[in-house]
Design a protein around this ligand. Structure first.
Ligand SMILES: [Zn+2]
Length: 322
């Protein structure tokens, strides 16, 4: 059995405000040919920015990609949705500077992509298989990426073990280890929302950030704890969201990774450092596909085995508040 590349069947639309810019933005996600990858097309500027680490232009509080004077910010939650659903090729048309925040998680994008319907293509999916350890660190923050280990090909994939540690009683130290598959992503990761501390919001806004942030698109933590009326979606929502961010940023490699990540207190800047070091260490990995194995790499998430609902034409997703 081959593991094929996937795109979506139909164009779908989402509209909302950017978390940092506060600007109203509409995105249209459309099918794309095999081997074309994910790319962002800025409508107003007529500029195409590939969703690739080479185009990362900023990693402060979000991942921004850009080319010449065009910047597209906060791509990580949408990229995590593409990674989590194993979508290789898609065009994201955008009419503003930032991907809409939606509810602060990747869940609205996951629902949107399911509405679009997933479509297998004829080219095999390429994976980046890690052969040697790559580590990056900055003070007490680090990420280590190692080979997955000796297991049958069908059992390999991406495993992430992540620890966060915040000096606040509502967050503190949280750890999560998971073997990423579509099912794991959809049930445990994609609904985790971005978060921020109330005392930092003012400083962020002075620097032009978090202008669109609200209790509708972020978990906000005050002195007494979480301010959102309905509380958290998971008791460890914070570490789950950080894992979501990592998944989205790592997908800027342009293909899924087969390997094991161990990380502590990592964020967008360190993700970028890891990806750059990895890509500049060609002996530490190889590109692999599975044209000849007998089992899918993600046993429970192999998209060719699943039937998704098909939407007729484009739909407006709007904001989803759970
Ligand atoms: Zn995030």
């Amino acid at each position: 059995m081959n593991i094929f590349q996937h795109t979506i069947k139909n164009t779908v639309l989402a509209q909302g405000i950017g978390l940092h810019t506060g600007k109203d933005v509409t995105i249209a996600i459309s099918p794309a040919p095999e081997n074309s990858g994910i790319s962002f097309h800025h409508k107003g500027h007529g500029v195409i920015v590939p969703a690739n680490y080479k185009y990362i232009s900023n990693t402060s509080f979000a991942t921004t990609i850009g080319k010449s004077a065009t910047a597209i910010s906060t791509v990580e939650h949408l990229m995590a949705a593409f990674a989590g659903l194993s979508i290789d090729n898609a065009v994201v048309e955008i009419d503003g500077p930032e991907v809409p925040a939606m509810d602060g998680s990747a869940y609205p994008f996951v629902k949107l992509l399911h509405k679009a319907g997933l479509k297998a293509q004829s080219a095999p999916r390429n994976y980046l298989e890690v052969l040697d350890e790559i580590t990056v660190s900055q003070g007490d923050k680090y990420i280590s990426l190692c080979p997955f280990g000796d297991v049958p090909a069908g059992d390999a994939g991406l495993a992430i073990s992540l620890t966060i540690d915040f000096d606040h009683a509502a967050v503190q130290r949280q750890s999560l280890s998971t073997h990423i598959s579509s099912k794991e992503f959809e049930t445990k990761i994609c609904k985790a929302r971005t978060f921020g501390f109330l005392h930092e919001v003012e400083a962020l806004q002075k620097n032009g950030l978090a202008r669109g942030g609200s209790l509708e698109n972020a978990v906000v933590i005050g002195q007494e704890g979480v301010l959102n009326r309905d509380g958290l979606r998971f008791s460890d929502e914070f570490v789950r969201h950080k894992l979501l961010d990592m998944l989205g940023d790592l997908y800027l490699i342009g293909m899924p990774i087969i390997g094991r990540v161990t990380a502590c207190k990592s964020g967008h800047a360190l993700h970028k450092m890891l990806v750059e070091k990895l890509m500049h260490s060609p002996n530490a990995w190889r590109v692999k596909n599975f044209e000849s194995i007998s089992a899918p790499i993600f046993q429970d998430g192999h998209l060719a085995q699943q039937v998704w609902p098909v939407s007729r034409g484009a739909r407006l997703a709007g904001r989803v508040v759970l």
